[in-house]
Write a protein that binds this ligand. Sequence first.
Ligand code: F0G
Length: 455
Amino acid sequence: MEPYRIKAVEPLPMTTRAQRETALQRVHYNLFALRADEITIDLLTDSGTGALSAAQWAAGMAGDESYAGSRSFYRFQEVVRELTSYPHILPVHQGRAAERILFSTLLGPGGITLSNTHFDTTRANVELSGGQAVDLPCSQAQDLDSDEPFKGNIDLQRLKDALCGPDASRIAMVIMTLTNNGGGGQPVSMDNLARAAALCREHEVPLFLDAARFAENAWLVTRHEPAYQGVSPREVAEEAFRLADGCLMSAKKDGIVHIGGFLGLRDPALTERCRLLLVATEGFPTYGGLAGRDLDMIAQGLAEVTDPHYLRSRAEAARHLACLARNAGISILEPPGLHAIYLNAGRLLPHIAPHRFPGHALACQLYLEGGIRSVELGSLYLGKEDENGDPVTTAPFELLRLALPRRTYTLSHLNHVGEVLARTAKNRDKIPGYRLVRSSPVLRHFHSELEPLPL
Ligand code: F0G
């Protein structure tokens, strides 16, 4: 059961199927363009969508909104330093601002970043800084069905080869994403992280954590890595931060806040350079684009997020939803992580070719059936077609992510999702593919317009 009770509630928008059909036509079958009040259960993202605790709201009331030297900053700094061990903490408005500041400081033209998998904004910021982002996921990540516990790991052999290879002098940093969101929310083991850190030290390349879901990673380590049985998630998290030279953090996930993030650094010279950019583009270093109250809410959220009762119930919610999907006959990316489950839409809808977007087709159907919003991670997101709509590249897998906002939906909401999944799977043959009618050259899944094809 959820280890909290409800003190403030927000009504769920209830719609009819006819209203949802009209809404979907109006937005040209792009779920990003729906109004939130047309959605009953919003599983688009776990980012910034969590519920604050009473203690976080109270901390917010104590926020100090001084432009410089605010008390909130010093409270925030102390909490983040204690968790991460990094002496220099730069607040930013969200994760991608930390990415932009770090990469524009450390990456010259042709600079390379290596990662278990870059999240899409991370890759975009590397490329905007003139760099090249290289993903080195472990081979186990290719098998969606196996229940290997640490499919988020980096491939250590390929990492070593890259660090010793002809382009070694261009490698500016290694980024370990915890958990590996682009790789299905799979965790990284402490063993893998420690070995990656040792390689980085040996080759004098800095190691950074993309720590957006550090607590969820730590929970899965305590469950599945034998050496960490009986160790608390907080201790695992502290050890992970200590292995790296710094971190990029979107506090919208495991800070359990609606907005915020930070950059944690060890190197004082690098900090000085990042601070210059921070002042010019985010704000004075004691607020970095946030209100004082946001800093206090993050500090409190970071104290709550490693609570084992909270993490256990989050893991159980994801497992429950995973069971409902399997019982409905829908394969998922195994094993389920904590922040989302990923449905294997390609397998469910074999009659829809990748360039007719099975993941997107399933997303539209879940919305029509039950007012649920989700996000495609398949060929609409990663693929490319020629002017006739014929495929040039398709995604390796056609997935649909159902993300779980923190502390927001109860198990009975998830049961509703399970019923909708069951109805949808039963009528899978009647789900049409889609055709792009308007697209944009970058991040097309946000802006594109589509139409259903005749069955
Ligand atoms: N890193 C990871 C691993 C992320 O998942 C995200 C955001 C970011 C960085 C960027 O952080 O949004 O605060 O700027 N992920 C969200 C998602 C958007 O839906 O998975 P941000």
